[in-house]
Design a protein around this ligand. Sequence first.
Ligand SMILES: Nc1nc2c(ncn2[C@@H]2O[C@H](COP(=O)(O)OP(=O)(O)OP(=O)(O)O)[C@@H](O)[C@H]2O)c(=O)[nH]1
Ligand SMILES: [Mg+2]
Length: 387
Amino acid sequence: MDEHYIINIDEEDDNVSSRKEPNTFDSDDMDKELEKLLVNQSGSSDRFSSSSVDSYIQQVLKTNRILAIGVGGAGSNAINNIVTRGGIIGATTVAVNTDARHLLSTQADRKLLLGRELTNGTGAGNDPNIGRAAAEENEEDMRELVRGNDLVFVACGLGKGTGTGAAPYIAKIAQDEGCLVVSVCTLPFASEGQSKMDAALLGLDELNEHSNTIIVVPNEKLLMYAPDFTLWDAFKLADDVLINAVVGLTELIVLPARVNVDFADTKKILRRSGPAVIGVGHGKGENRAIQAITNALSNPLLDIDINSSTGALVNIKANKNISMTEVDTITTMITDQINPKAEFVWGCNIDEVIPDDELAVTVVIAEVKSSYLTKIEDISIEALWRD
Ligand SMILES: Nc1nc2c(ncn2[C@@H]2O[C@H](COP(=O)(O)OP(=O)(O)OP(=O)(O)O)[C@@H](O)[C@H]2O)c(=O)[nH]1
Ligand SMILES: [Mg+2]
């Protein structure tokens, strides 16, 4: 793989408060960048030389900025898990919380204590109104943090104060700033009580309103899937959904590909509002293609029906021995299941690091049907937790 295509956002001196990055989609900013670049290039011997063009492409790619923000305790734990597993190439991790102690123990590239005046770092005490007011207190900081990013992930656990109150407000700020927003949230366990579920559903409705795409992981499903797991392991399973979504999508955008899915393709699919599903699957051996796509499409934690989907995107990662038949197997398995008129985009990364007999796919299916995101008044708790 060509190293120089990988976007490294971890620059040491990249100070949030002083950062002013051009917005990829703002043509004025881009024109200024291009002018600057061309002036620089014209001073050199040949502005069409490979090295000049490569450095120009690097500049353009660097402007695809991706932020993964964890809000509240659960959101920050998920970000922490991403960071302790080595982070994500091409995305900056952020943790925001009203709970100072928890924030201190969280690892993220960037952090923000929300609502210091209001709560003095003591958390939102289960009250979404406090969570929201805390986010309002730091609205300008949040704006500065998200500004200039193209894609913002907002991750939280719904049901208590900070995630439920602040995450929708942060998603709204990110959309106001022109970012594409993908939210990933959990719904509480039944044992946490009806009032937490009520609060979570109100938060979900609001979060959905301010997200281009939303992925819902009901914690109760973790119990059905893994009844003997410790609470910690069950939470980790839910966190895996978030991690796969963030890592899978980021890779789609930033890694170089033989058949390229670029950010414009991804944006086209994700811009559709409503629930989406993101699956990641691996396959090994003779039937690696079928195995990988089957795994990607079957996540027991996501309660969805993909027949109605109006857009799907799949990225295949394999060694260069991948055959046309394998590509066809993967793409057909998706197109057979979604709406025949759906927009479908596929791409392929040739990755020499992947062993000869293995293959991986990431699939994004937009506008699926989810029992959590019909009209909230119509949802009963039984309907939410059915198999
Ligand atoms: N998947 C997952 N879910 C979690 C985790 N921690 C908590 N939850 C769930 O997320 C919900 C919200 O919990 P927190 O994120 O701790 O709450 P908060 O947003 O920090 O709110 P306050 O503490 O009231 O400020 C809980 O009701 C649980 O259902 C976690 O580590 N992983
Ligand atoms: Mg908390």
